[in-house]
Design a protein around this ligand. Structure first.
Ligand code: FES
Ligand code: FES
Length: 209
């Protein structure tokens, strides 16, 4: 087949499929329009960084998409969107979660903290300062998740929540390097800045102890 003939037949196929009803030989049902018009909606109310937000959203909206696309809080990053990279980590009632793995409606009534609520350019959180001091990033895309996750992980240690590497759950828990590496293992850095990230965390642990 020549190129011109191929282009012709490709155009015909596209035109035919664009105009085709859903099922060959059947007229488009009026119900089809009804279905597309009836996108579900749900009222959600949550507190983000101390401010109450109320939105009417598609109940299938993830917390991550609500934060970024509806509330314009773009500090929280979308990496894999599948719970595997940790870029979207936020705190929900103080506990760290992957915001891509939870629906916004499931968080209704909760207090969410994003990187915007942890520190600001004018008043950096000690972890943010430590990341600067130790060059704990390259592209910085994973950094908000790393910092939110570290805030949550340090709180877990304070509350005595064991991890997979805790050897003695009866002893007072400490944010040792081994503990923190394990607890931060769900936060992936594609730039491989791990050595400096851990130096930054160690600096904060040292100043807090
Ligand atoms: Fe949520 Fe990767 S974007 S874990
Ligand atoms: Fe680039 Fe971590 S600094 S992904």
């Amino acid at each position: 087949m020549t190129l011109a003939a191929f282009e012709m037949s490709r155009r015909h196929v596209l035109a035919a499929t664009a105009a085709a009803p859903v099922r060959a030989g059947a007229a488009a049902s009026p119900d089809a329009a009804k279905v597309s018009d009836s996108t579900p909606s749900e009222r959600v109310s949550l507190t983000v960084n101390g401010k109450v937000y109320q939105s009417t959203i598609d109940p299938r909206t993830t917390l991550l998409d609500l934060l970024r696309d509806h509330l314009r809080l773009t500090g929280t990053k979308k990496g894999c969107d599948h719970g595997q990279c940790g870029a979207c980590t936020v705190l929900s009632d103080g506990h760290r979660i992957n915001s891509c793995l939870t629906l916004a409606v499931m968080q209704s009534g909760r207090e969410i903290t994003t990187i915007e609520g942890i520190g600001s350019a004018e008043k950096l959180h000690p972890l943010q300062q430590a990341f600067l001091d130790h060059d704990g990033y390259q592209c910085g895309y994973c950094t908000p998740g790393q910092i939110c996750s570290t805030v949550g992980a340090l709180d877990e240690v304070r509350r005595g929540v064991p991890s997979h590497v805790t050897t003695d759950i009866t002893a007072p828990m400490k944010p040792t390097d081994v503990e923190m590496r394990e607890r931060l293992s769900g936060n992936i850095c594609r730039c491989g800045a791990y050595a400096n990230i851990h130096k930054a965390i160690a600096q904060v642990v040292e100043t807090q102890s």
